[in-house]
Design a protein around this ligand. Structure first.
Ligand SMILES: [Zn+2]
Length: 210
């Protein structure tokens, strides 16, 4: 693992410790360009880790500190996600698949982080999951089902209430207060990025079957 300390961090608030991991893509042309931005004091953004397409992992902020990656949002009724989470940036411009070495490095890093902090699979989420309508990373090309099969993403079971889409989405963790169309787009991005058209019965399946 490489180390490239970013100045963009602060203390976690209210004594909070990591219980969530947020995955991002960089939306930049290269890992080097992303590292420069994540270390630029003027940009006021950072993450704990960046994983290059080659699988090389760079640590920018210590896990005990609060990195600036999530911004405004909500997951499972919880706010200040930066104070509760570890942020991982994946080198990806946003329009292409994530190479195998990068995914393998991500899986190893997730296991490693979970050996230090109690983070359940259902709290390994995308930036879009906690910021519906505002963020779309890690995007439709990210292989969530692969992580779910390894117990590194959830939920893996259907929600209890499968009659009302909004209720089911909230039960699955999507609690941010947004219009139902935005919620539908967000949950599709996560569970069925190929799906189009009006809401259908399959939209109530807010999980990755194993
Ligand atoms: Zn992001």
């Amino acid at each position: 693992m490489l180390h490239r300390p970013s100045p963009n961090f602060g203390p976690r608030r209210d004594g909070l410790t990591p219980t969530i991991i947020v995955l991002h893509y960089t939306a930049m042309p290269s890992a080097e360009a992303a590292l420069e931005r994540l270390c630029d004091p003027a940009a006021e953004v950072s993450a704990h880790y960046l994983i290059a397409k080659s699988g090389v992992v760079t640590r920018l902020v210590a896990e005990a500190e609060r990195a600036w990656h999530a911004g405004t949002g909500e997951w499972c009724g919880q706010h200040d996600i930066n104070s509760r989470s570890i942020g991982i940036e994946l080198d990806n411009a946003g329009d292409h698949p994530f190479p195998d070495p990068q995914m393998i490095a991500l899986e190893v890093l997730l296991e490693d982080i979970r050996s230090r902090w109690p983070i359940p699979p259902e709290n390994i989420i995308g930036h879009s999951d906690m910021a519906p309508g505002r963020k779309s990373d890690p995007g439709p090309r990210f292989d969530w089902a692969r992580l779910a099969r390894r117990g590194l993403a959830g939920p893996t079971r259907p929600p209890q209430d499968q009659t009302c889409f909004t209720t089911a989405a909230r039960a699955a963790g999507f609690t941010a207060d947004v219009a139902s169309e935005v919620l539908l787009e967000t949950t599709r991005l996560r569970f069925a990025p190929w799906r189009r058209g009006p809401q259908c019965a399959d939209d109530l399946k807010l999980y990755h079957p194993i």
